[in-house]
Ligand binder design. Structure first.
Ligand code: 3HC
Length: 556
């Protein structure tokens, strides 16, 4: 029989603590909220009041229900108010000394059977537990921001935690309308461990000037269906929190990919902490607001000043699905389209087009892509733009022709679920009006164009495939099952699908090729393909019957 908690305490009523208090009160529990002083307490009370008022405004709660929720929360500045709590969840700032000191005091105040939980994002729950005389009744209870909305609770069980206590907390999560996933005590647990590598890579791309804030956010939101792009999400999480999580994960793993990107440290030093301070990667209307204002640096994603070249006649060269789809969408967008299978015959038909898109070809007599581009170069008129959809570096394609300035990439990410984003990839040789032409054509096709660097994986695959690889490595290390990892990312971060479901859609072979390309280019040990990914890709390549997909053929 799971324990039935009725009175719970929450210490620290910042964004997370206030949200957690609200979640408990909404489920009918009595909550004692404790803050350090009256001013902080007033802010915490304000958080809960605003959140319930918003639910009333949206018609999600009646006035009476909101009043009952608020009536179940009492507020105090003295920890002694927790002397009757059966469970206390701590959500104070992420400093181990602070948490250890607090747990020592809670240990003295609360009855022996009280469970003490920390909402830490990445600090060691074991170290926190050892500052008490009850390590068997100390767990991690990690909520996701915004706590009232996100459905995941990571229950962290240390080597000292009584399994029955972890079970009780998983049951409690269920009672709160959440899904509890129990994991061991490892920095970042499941969701942050997978999320923050990706967020840090996005910040590194931005910091290195390889892509703009808007392009990266649009690419991930529109291209992958994520609720927020990485910079909007970092601003929601809080940049000081993000810094601390990355730093802790780096200290534990010594993986350079997790060392906080320099741009993050700079923003934190400047006290640009995200939504809560009114400015982070974006500027907001006011502290706490989610409404972005134009801070002067917002610009139309990736646009160039140059005039596009006029394009009316387009050749689509290729015989696969993507070529066929492009023929259909270009025709319905009003282009005059010539479809060509990419074989060596009839290339002269393409002499008078303004744009050629080489979109993958498996015609029996097709030359390789570079030879095809070279042959096209000899046929098309001067000024014709040569575009490629392949994952190969655009500069390789450009130098295969006698017109490198006219060659541009128009790449649909392999991991894109929506297909709504096209990465416009310019090589160092591409001329600005050719980039503008690619933008113009993408917009006329009804898609979003984002400017991408000419580096392995371009923008979206570069950010997403290493995350998939990390998930495979986590599975390989037996830290969590494929189902729990998928649940963590969908319920904790609102992803449309988890990494293993996505891997099944993309194909392990495709993911492996991209991961190898990224690894070969950046040479970071942390980017090395996971052996398990290689094994699965090999099995798939050999056509061995391995089950229906990644999730079906792996240990649960
Ligand atoms: N508090 C309470 N409720 C909130 C809220 C908040 N701060 N923000 C939004 N909501 C509610 C709204 O009231 C609305 O409820 P309704 O559907 O019942 O009317 C619902 O959430 C949707 O809100 P909006 O329509 O205003 O906005 P969006 O549709 O854009 O959704 C979002 C907002 C839920 C934040 C969405 O963008 C999202 O899912 N983002 C991903 C968030 C994420 O990844 N969180 C995890 C971060 S990592 C973490 O927290 C771990 C930590 O250790 C760092």
């Amino acid at each position: 029989m799971a324990r039935d908690f009725q009175t719970v305490g929450v210490v620290g009523l910042g964004t997370m603590g206030a949200g957690i208090a609200e979640v408990f009160a909404r489920s009918g529990l009595d909550v004692v909220g404790v803050e350090a002083d009256e001013a902080a307490l007033a802010r915490g009370r304000g958080h809960v009041q605003r959140s319930t008022a918003r639910a009333v405004q949206r018609g999600r709660l009646t006035e009476a229900a909101a009043a009952a929720i608020l009536g179940r929360v009492t507020f105090a500045t003295d920890l002694a108010a927790l002397s009757r709590a059966e469970l206390v969840v701590e959500a104070v700032p992420e400093r181990i000394e602070l948490k250890q000191e607090l747990f020592g005091r809670l240990d003295a105040i609360c009855p022996d059977e009280t469970v003490l939980a920390t909402n830490t994002s990445s600090l060691s729950v074991t170290q926190v537990a050892m500052s008490t005389d009850r390590p068997s009744r100390v767990v991690g209870m990690h909520f996701f921001n915004p706590a009232p909305v996100m459905k995941l609770v990571e229950v962290v069980r240390t080597v000292a935690t009584d399994p029955a206590v972890a079970d009780d907390i998983e049951h409690l999560a269920q009672r709160l309308g959440k899904t509890g996933v129990t994991v061991g005590d490892k920095a970042g647990f499941i969701a942050n461990a997978l999320l923050f590598g990706y967020l840090n890579s996005a910040m590194s791309l931005l910091g290195a000037g390889q892509a703009s804030r808007e392009d990266i956010d649009i690419a991930m939101q529109v291209g992958c269906g994520l609720p927020l792009g990485p910079f909007a999400l970092l601003d929601l999480i809080g940049l000081d929190t993000a810094y601390q999580i990355l730093d802790t994960m780096y200290q534990e793993s010594r993986d350079r990919l997790l060392a906080p990107a320099p741009i993050l440290g700079q923003l934190v030093t400047a006290r640009f902490l995200g939504r809560k301070s009114g400015r982070g990667f974006y500027a907001y209307e006011s502290p706490g607001s989610g409404k972005v204002v134009d801070d002067g640096s917002t610009r139309q994603a990736g646009a160039t000043e140059a005039e596009p070249r006029p394009v009316r006649r387009v050749a689509v060269v290729g015989s696969g699905t993507s070529a066929r789809q492009l023929v259909v969408s270009a025709t319905s967008a009003g282009f005059d389209v010539v479809a060509h299978d990419g074989g060596t015959s009839r290339l002269d038909d393409l002499a008078d087009v303004e744009l050629v898109v080489v979109a993958g070809t498996d015609a029996p007599d097709a030359p390789g892509e570079l030879a095809l581009l070279s042959a096209l170069d000899g046929v098309v008129k001067p000024g014709t733009v040569l575009a490629t959809t392949s994952g190969r570096p655009v500069i390789d394609c450009a130098v295969a022709t006698g017109r490198p300035a006219d060659v541009v990439g128009m790449h649909v990410p392999a991991v894109s679920r929506e297909g709504g984003v096209v990465e416009v990839v310019s090589s160092i040789a591409t001329s600005p009006d050719v980039i503008a032409t690619a933008y113009d054509v993408v917009h006329r096709l009804g898609k979003r164009a984002v400017r991408s660097p000419d580096t392995a994986g371009f923008l979206v695959d570069r950010l997403v495939v290493p995350y998939l690889n990390d998930a495979v490595r986590m599975l390989e290390a037996h830290y969590a099952s494929a189902d729990d990892i998928d649940a963590a990312m969908t319920l904790g971060c609102g992803y449309p699908v988890g990494p293993f479901e996505l891997l099944d859609e993309v194909g392990s072979g495709v993911a492996l090729d991209i991961q190898w390309a990224v690894y070969r280019q950046f040479r970071e040990p942390g980017l090395a393909p996971a052996p398990l990914l290689e094994h699965l890709a090999t099995a798939a390549h050999l056509g061995r019957p391995t089950g229906r997909g990644f999730r079906e053929r792996l240990p649960r």
